[in-house]
Structures are given as structure tokens and as C-alpha cells.
Design a protein around this ligand. Structure first.
Ligand SMILES: *Cc1c(COP(=O)(O)O)cnc(C)c1O
Length: 435
């Protein structure tokens, strides 16, 4: 196996480092968790990425989640082009916003009203503000390893990006803010009971990834989500399902559909924008109507509901809705074949690997497992993962560049990509063994 030539990418990275800290506009893109220089991308079609040196890769990170229909999917491209011809932005209401909202609600019936924002970070930040206003309480419970964007109060024990850099949270977050966030172990209802007992009448909300993606993929244990629902109801706290990653991914109606969860508020992002910047927070009308101009909670956005982003979202959701009976079973079949094929190669090579997967979202943890929370995920051999990642990249397979990120496929991935990926893994595990 020979390393691919990436001289143009290397030159572009050096140039980028003059302008951006670490050469990037979002830290995990710098590949620090796996070593090596990150390829610069020039174009992509379906399941395949092409870098600045002309190397091609099978894409298993899908822009971190949004690209469920593959890259440059024609209906999405056409919708964006059409919208752009009528102006990229008005800053006034358009019918497209309600068109997308109707589709979101038909997938997520727990959402009665919503607001569009421009990122997942904005969505979770606004949902927390709303929960505090609705309850008159300050404390927010989150779970270790869950990432909810980079707002101050949510950067406590926040999974991949932060975990990768080996820091417990972020510098620049005041202690006073961090103290209002309680981080508990995932899948541990007793810890949640204890937190309510220790802070009676003080917890405004529990926010969680109903399937964790940002510590690597960790599914909820049976009864965990239902337990959180009944505890929050009993204690008068809101339950916020952060489905920025899982929404439209693990099922059309996200984890809420898959696990019959009825939260008070839901946050969405990634897929809902079809590759353009969109976030959503929404839920029960009684809470959403607390927002300005109806109520006292302020929240706003110059580019919220942007027409290009709405068009890309509508094109994506309408395809998913019309083809759901076909799309989700196909994603399941392909994801199962790829993940189990690679896991079988690891077993043959004698490498302990734990595969966690929910539909088209998964992680191969380099640990005997099981992995049911962040502590167990953190026991993974990240150096071995780094060697695996590098070896896969050299054979044209682009995995998410951290042990603590979920991998994804799109509807454009098929048998050819599956076979090539398993063959690449067979070689890559040899590189893992020669440490
Ligand atoms: C990606 C992600 C976010 C943050 O979304 P951005 O658009 O990157 O701000 C929040 N929550 C979860 C679960 C995510 O996966």
C-alpha cells in the first residue's frame, strides 16, 4: 500500500494556516486526532469525494451528516439554482419557510411550532433559553460525550471535538456558566434520579442525543429514554431531544420515531438543510409561543429561513418522504453489509473491535467493549484508530477523522462501495497491527 500523492493539498493547507487557526474553520477538520495532513476537497458526486490532487475517496462522513442523498444530488442542486435566481436572501418571510415546516412537522409530530435558525448550535442554545424561561429554573442536565454545539453552557464534557483535544471543556467558559450544567453518564437513570434529588426544583431541562453520535455511536439502553421522559414530567423539567444528527438519519422521524419518544422540544440540523446551513428548534406550542414577538424570550437571525437553505431542505425532505419505504431499508441493508463486513475482517486479523450501529450511523470502536457510555468509548485504542484511518484514506476510503465520531452512508452507497471498503479494511488492519 503506497501513500497517495497530496502535494496540492499540502500546499493549500500551508496557505490556509496563514488565515485560519490550524488552517481550518472547524477544529476536527485539521485531522489532529488521526495525524497526517487533511486532503482538500474539490468536488463530490454521490458517494465519492475528489481531492485537490485528483484522488478519489468513498465518503463515510457525509459532511458530518447532512449528505444522506449523496453529493450533488440533482433535485437538490436544481432547487438551490432555482431559488438563487429569485434572490439569495430577502430578510422577509417567504412561503418556502412554511413549506419546509409542514414537512418537518409531518416527520416529527412532537413539533407543533418551530423556528428556523442557521446551525445546530443556534438551535440548542435557543432551546435551552426557552426551557429556562418556561420553568424559571437555571440548571441544565446533559450527558457526558454528548455534543450540542459550541454554546458556553453546553461545552461541558462535550464529546468528539472537545474529547479529541483532551480538554474537559473549553477555556473561556466562565465557571459560573459551567456550574449551571450538570454532566451525567449516558444510559444511567439512577444518576438522573440523584441529580433531581440533589437539586429539587432547580433543573430546567435535560438535553440529550437520543442516539449519541458525538462520542462515537452509542444507542440508548432499553428504558433509558422512557425513563427520562417520566422523570422530567414528574419533576416539571423539559426534555429536549437533540436530533441535529439523528433527525431524518436513523429514521424519517429520527430517534423520536424509532424509540417512540415524545419530548417537549426537539432540535434539528444537518439533513434538514440538505447541505446548506439550517437548524430548527421546535416543540410544544405552549413553550414555542413564549418566543418574541408573542412572548418575552428573544431570539432572532438575519439569515434564518434563508431561501436557498429552505429550497435545499424542501428538496431533501420531499425526496426522503416520497421514497421513505425504499430509502431507509436500503440504508439499513448497505450499512449492515459495510459495518459487519469490516468487523469480520477485524476479527480475522485478531483486532478487538466493537461495532455500534443504529441504521445508517455507526462507529467501529477499537476496544473489546461493550460501549454504552463515554467512559467506555474513551477506553478505545485511539492510536490504532489513527493508523486505521490513515491506511483507509490511502486506499481511498474517507472515515470520520476521530474515534469519537459517527460514520454515515448515503443512498448513493451501494455494492461497489461496500466491496471496496471491506477490501480496503482487510489491508488497513495489517497497518493497525504493525504499530
Ligand atoms: C452537529 C451537532 C450539533 C451542532 O450543529 P452545528 O450546525 O455544527 O452548530 C448539535 N448537536 C448535535 C447532536 C450535533 O450532531
Amino acid at each position: 500500500m503506497t501513500a497517495r500523492i497530496r502535494t496540492r493539498s499540502q500546499a493549500l493547507q500551508q496557505r490556509a494556516e496563514r488565515f485560519f487557526p490550524g488552517g481550518v474553520n472547524s477544529p476536527v477538520r485539521a485531522f489532529r486526532a488521526v495525524g497526517g495532513a487533511p486532503p482538500f476537497l474539490e468536488s463530490a458526486q454521490g458517494a465519492w469525494l475528489t481531492d485537490a490532487d485528483g484522488n478519489r475517496y468513498i465518503d463515510y462522513f457525509g459532511s458530518w451528516g447532512p449528505m444522506i442523498l449523496g453529493h450533488a444530488f440533482p433535485p437538490v442542486v436544481e432547487a438551490i439554482e432555482r431559488a438563487a435566481r429569485s434572490s439569495a436572501s430577502f430578510g422577509a418571510s417567504t412561503a418556502a419557510e412554511a413549506d419546509l415546516a409542514e414537512r418537518v412537522i409531518s416527520c416529527f409530530p412532537a413539533i407543533e411550532k418551530m423556528r428556523f435558525v442557521s446551525s445546530g448550535t443556534e438551535a440548542t442554545m435557543s432551546a435551552i433559553r426557552l426551557a429556562r424561561a418556561a420553568t424559571g429554573r437555571k440548571i441544565v442536565v446533559k450527558f457526558e460525550g454528548c455534543y450540542h454545539g459550541h454554546a458556553d453552557g453546553l461545552l461541558v464534557k462535550a464529546g468528539s471535538g472537545v474529547a479529541t483535544f483532551g480538554i474537559p471543556g473549553s477555556a473561556g467558559v466562565p465557571e459560573e456558566t459551567a456550574h449551571l450544567t450538570l454532566a451525567l453518564p449516558y444510559n444511567d437513570l439512577a444518576a438522573v434520579e440523584a441529580a433531581f434529588a440533589a437539586h429539587p426544583g432547580e433543573i430546567a431541562a435535560i438535553i440529550l442525543e437520543p442516539v449519541v453520535g458525538n462520542a462515537g455511536c452509542i444507542p440508548p439502553a432499553p428504558g433509558f429514554l422512557a425513563g427520562l421522559r417520566s422523570l422530567t414530567t414528574r419533576e416539571g423539567a423539559l426534555l429536549i431531544a437533540d436530533e441535529v444528527m439523528t433527525g431524518f438519519r436513523v429514521a424519517l422521524g429520527g430517534a423520536c420515531q424509532l424509540y417512540s419518544l415524545d419530548p417537549d422540544l426537539i432540535t434539528l440540523g444537518k439533513i434538514v438543510g440538505g447541505g446548506l446551513p439550517v437548524g430548527v428548534f421546535g416543540g410544544k406550542r405552549v413553550f414555542m409561543d413564549l418566543l418574541a414577538p408573542l412572548g418575552p424570550v428573544y431570539q432572532a437571525g438575519t439569515l434564518s429561513g434563508n431561501p436557498l437553505a429552505m429550497a435545499a431542505g424542501i428538496a431533501t425532505l420531499s425526496y426522503l418522504q416520497e421514497h421513505a419505504d425504499h430509502v431507509y431499508p436500503q440504508l439499513e441493508t448497505t450499512a449492515k453489509a459495510v459495518t459487519e463486513g469490516v468487523a469480520a475482517e477485524a476479527a480475522k486479523a485478531g483486532i478487538p473491535l466493537t461495532l455500534n450501529r443504529v441504521g445508517a450511523m455507526w462507529t467501529w470502536f477499537f476496544t473489546p467493549g461493550p460501549v454504552t457510555d463515554y467512559t467506555q468509548a474513551a477506553m478505545s485504542d485511539t492510536a490504532a484508530f489513527g493508523r486505521f484511518h490513515n491506511a483507509m484514506l490511502n486506499q481511498g476510503v474517507w472515515l470520520p477523522p476521530s474515534q469519537f465520531e459517527a460514520a454515515f452512508i448515503s443512498t448513493a452507497h451501494g455494492k461497489e462501495e461496500t466491496a471496496a471498503t471491506i477490501a480496503a479494511a482487510r489491508e488497513a488492519f495489517k497497518a493497525v497491527l504493525v504499530s
